[in-house]
Write a protein that binds this ligand. Structure first.
Ligand SMILES: Cc1cc2nc3c(=O)[nH]c(=O)nc-3n(C[C@H](O)[C@H](O)[C@H](O)COP(=O)(O)OP(=O)(O)OC[C@H]3O[C@@H](n4cnc5c(N)ncnc54)[C@H](O)[C@@H]3O)c2cc1C
Ligand code: SF4
Length: 478
């Protein structure tokens, strides 16, 4: 245990963000870092409580948190790094953008502020990069087996990293110009600067992973091509199809999916050409429909582009400020969260339904909305939204961003050609060993479990790689 009185004597300290006026003028990371002294001090707040819910219930990767906290307290940085990398291949991503379910299940969080685990994680890995402790370590020996991974997001990267380290030959195919999936084209730079992604891709390439970008599997290369050349195929193409809002006026100019808007800005930041017509918030009243994290990223991007006003609408009721009784510790609390983007300027409204988009000259000008009340049927079924009488209102809007989640991989030549079964939600069906309905095909990440988190995609990649190895090793030899 780091320091038996640490949690009583030391308060939690977060690094905070760059000043609002400064950060909205650029796309650089908004979050600051703790100093080395502050970090060691924060690590001493870990109680080593005996049953670490942070790793058993909270962290999907089961990071060995109390142990690395203790090693940070003792300033044994190399040991802390080794402990972290035991379970997490990419802590530089999770340490920046994970919502940290480990912290909401930290025992100290029952009656005090939890340990700043995510900050400790990112500082261990960034300190290691700075000190030159992270070097390419290609496997000493190679197997003959070749594995194709389709999709280079965190799930595909996780699969590729594990298999490559075990000496398998891995080619990752990516339809975009650069690898990284949503780490590269979805999540804005102000949360995750892209040099962080590029640094990891370079390391993986130096260790032997081959990334083939600009190749849309099913279009540029057929499934037959992969089946003929690879021993196993892992599909990790994400859940790309956004949920639509088919209401009157949907066809008007200025109504877009959130990802089309965010991808354009990420491309601009990366110096990449934007081929589609420009979607810009500059000088516009922006309304974002959907109160989640993707919507929050649209808020931050709209303010940086110079929006006149930004409003984020959510059909669900406003969550309570504190952890509600329905999600007691150590569960993930269903409470209200405001991101750094919300603090940069945004009106948030809950229990609001959009009934139509109103336009002029082909472009959207207003949203016709109403307030709703969530009513539970007398027989106790699921609550549904009921319009509140006389609550209609109009909102000015020149740009509307639809950010209501993702419904699955959508229409995809590859899935059709391989004749893979889908589950009732439209995701690719797989068994407990991550195998799809056709032999030799595995699935990982959002493409099968639906839109989720980076940490879950990495973990799923990890587990899928293990299944691939078991399957390859169990194959009969000729
Ligand atoms: C805007 C936004 C912000 C988010 N912010 C966070 C956050 O802050 N923290 C967090 O934990 N999670 C966040 N998420 C969720 C997280 O990004 C995803 O859960 C995660 O990236 C899923 O990983 P994946 O590898 O399964 O899929 P993806 O990251 O979607 O990667 C799939 C890749 O496969 C490629 N592909 C698909 N089909 C083909 C094909 N036929 N041929 C070749 N390539 C193909 C795609 O181009 C893509 O690059 C966010 C999501 C969005 C949309
Ligand atoms: S990956 Fe996420 S949940 Fe796990 S320790 Fe890091 S911040 Fe916590």
């Amino acid at each position: 245990m780091a320091n038996e009185r640490g949690f009583m004597e030391i308060e939690r300290r977060d690094p905070g963000y760059r000043p609002r006026e400064e950060r909205v003028k650029d796309y650089r990371a908004v979050e600051r870092r703790l100093s080395r002294t502050q970090l060691v001090e924060q690590a001493t707040r870990c109680m080593d409580c005996g049953i670490p819910f942070c790793c058993s219930t909270g962290c999907p990767l089961a990071n060995v948190i109390p142990e690395f906290n203790d090693l940070v307290y003792r300033e044994r940085w190399q040991d802390a790094l080794d402990m972290l990398l035991l379970t997490n291949p990419f802590p530089e991503f999770t340490g920046r953008i994970c919502p940290a379910p480990c912290e909401t299940s930290c025992t100290l969080g029952i009656n005090k502020e939890p340990v700043a685990i995510r900050q400790i994680e990112v500082s261990i890995i960034e300190g290691a990069f700075r000190r030159g402790l992270i070097e390419a370590a290609p496997p000493a020996r190679r197997h003959d087996a070749r594995i194709a991974v389709v999709g280079s997001g965190p799930a595909g990267m996780g699969v590729a990293d594990v298999l490559n380290r075990q000496g398998y030959n891995v080619v990752v195919y990516e339809k975009n110009r650069h690898p990284g999936g949503l780490l590269r084209y979805g999540i804005p730079d102000f949360k995750l600067e892209k040099w962080v992604v590029e640094r990891r891709i370079k390391l993986m390439e130096d260790e032997g992973v081959v990334f083939e970008t600009g190749v849309d599997i099913g279009v540029d290369l057929s499934s037959r091509y992969l089946l003929d050349r690879f021993d196993a195929i892992v599909l990790a193409g994400g859940a790309e199809k956004p949920r639509d809002l088919p209401i009157p006026g949907r066809e008007l100019d200025g109504v877009h999916f959130a990802m089309d808007f965010l991808t354009q800005q990420n491309k601009r930041n990366g110096g990449e050409a934007v081929e589609d017509a420009e979607i810009s918030a500059k000088g516009k009243h922006v309304v974002i429909i959907g109160g989640g994290d993707t919507g929050s990223d649209c808020v931050g991007t709209s303010n940086r582009q110079g929006a006149v006003s930004v409003t984020q609408l959510e059909i669900m009721p406003e969550p309570p400020g504190e952890r509600p009784d329905t999600t007691p510790w150590p569960l993930w609390p269903a409470s209200r969260r405001d991101s750094s983007s919300h603090h940069e300027g945004c009106e948030r409204r809950w229990s609001v339904q959009t009934e139509s988009f109103e336009g002029a000259e082909g472009g959207v000008r207003k949203l016709k909305c109403c307030e709703v009340e969530w009513v539970t049927p007398k027989d106790g079924g699921r609550p549904s939204p009921q319009k509140v009488k006389g609550s209609d209102f109009l909102l000015p809007a020149d740009l509307v961003l639809l950010s209501m989640g993702f419904v699955g991989p959508g229409t995809n030549r590859l899935i059709e050609d391989l004749e893979l079964k889908l589950d009732p939600r439209g995701m690719i069906q797989r068994d407990a060993e991550h195998k799809a309905s056709r032999s030799g095909i595995f699935v990982a990440g959002d493409i099968t479990h639906g839109a989720s988190l980076v940490v879950r995609a990495i973990n799923d990649g990890f587990e899928t790689a293990k299944s691939v190895m078991n399957w390859l090793q169990a194959r009969p030899t000729d």
